[in-house]
Design a binder for this molecule. Structure first.
Ligand code: SER
Length: 315
């Protein structure tokens, strides 16, 4: 049987690049992009697209049947900063979309599911340096609570119903093709845009707030790797810790200054500081390394060189 893939939330920061990567691998026609609204021109021109509300079970079931979908990547979610403003909308979107996909998989309408979790599942009682895979998890944000609950449900559906669901706790993601929206780690993308456009940036986090981060190419690599690994190798069915680098806004600014010496940054923390304060500063991802051979390619220097080069080309 030919295997078709559906990406839900294909127009977002991760969804866009995941769509391109999957189309590259499996062919455009076999990878269906979907979102609640249309994406940028390049994405829309790259292959089939469906308008789909991830909270609408019937619509999702119909798209899956019509396109003979076998695998779903559920990338639709409301991120941490926006979720604090709209708690119930965030909870409904983040949880109902997951239940829709898990229930369709439970009914054998799908054979494999990818669902992203986040470093936001941890909280202020979690050891913040080299945060272990299994540790105290008391998230205090709406987004973090939804991701932690989601992890428990993924593991439950695997144990009870054999649903082959795979998940990664992404760090903050840095990318140049599509901007993030509504996250606490978004500063690490905005800063590059502002460095090139205005040579100055006002950061909404304090200069010493160190967070785990990753370049998008690594995030996509990890996603394809965990999805392509043999089933027996996926020993964690909640979600895997994943790491590449950790830095604070001051360190990122200094790295940019090596390329743009007159770049200036100042700090005006807003409500997102309180969110960042509860998240780890670095992550232990040994289990991902051991179980499915994870290793990152991009450190801060390499990420910065690539971001500035690609954004410059775009301008
Ligand atoms: N990058 C996300 C956020 O900041 C965390 O998963 O909300």
């Amino acid at each position: 049987m030919q295997k078709n893939i559906l990406i839900i939330g294909a127009c977002g920061q991760i969804g866009t690049e995941l769509t391109y990567a999957l189309r590259e691998t499996y062919g455009s026609d076999r990878v269906i992009a979907s979102d609640i609204r249309e994406g940028n021109e390049a994405l829309m021109n790259s292959g089939p697209f469906e308008l789909l509300d991830a909270t609408d079970y019937d619509a999702m079931e119909e798209v899956i049947a019509y396109h003979e979908i076998d695998e779903v990547y559920l990338m639709a979610a409301m991120l941490s900063a926006t979720a604090e403003k709209f708690p119930m909308r965030a909870w409904n979107l983040n949880m109902n979309s997951l239940f829709n996909v898990l229930n369709l998989a439970r009914q054998k309408k799908l054979s494999k599911v990818f669902w992203p979790s986040s470093i936001a599942v941890f909280g202020s009682n979690t050891p913040s340096v080299n945060t272990p895979q299994h540790t105290i998890m008391e998230p205090s944000t709406v987004y973090g609570i939804s991701k932690q609950s989601g992890e428990r449900w993924c593991e439950y559906y695997y144990n009870k119903f054999g649903v082959d669901v795979r998940s990664i706790r992404y760090p903050g993601l840095i990318s140049w093709k599509t901007q993030p929206g509504g996250g606490t780690t978004d500063y690490a993308v905005e800063i590059y845009h502002k460095a090139l456009a205005d040579q100055k940036y006002t950061c909404f986090l304090k200069e010493k707030t160190k967070l785990p981060m990753m370049f998008m190419d690594d995030a996509i690599k990890a996603t394809l790797q965990i999805m392509n690994a043999p089933k027996e190798q996926i020993k964690i069915r909640s979600s895997y810790n994943l790491a590449a680098m950790s830095f604070n806004p001051r360190e990122l600014a200094s790295c940019i200054q090596k390329h743009i010496p007159n770049f200036e940054v100042n700090f005006q923390p807003d409500f997102r500081q309180a969110i960042a304060d509860t998240w780890p500063s670095s992550i232990d991802d040994l289990r991902a390394q051991e179980d499915w051979n994870w290793n990152a390619d991009f450190d801060l220097e390499k990420t910065t060189a690539e971001m500035l080069k690609q954004l410059n080309n775009k301008l």
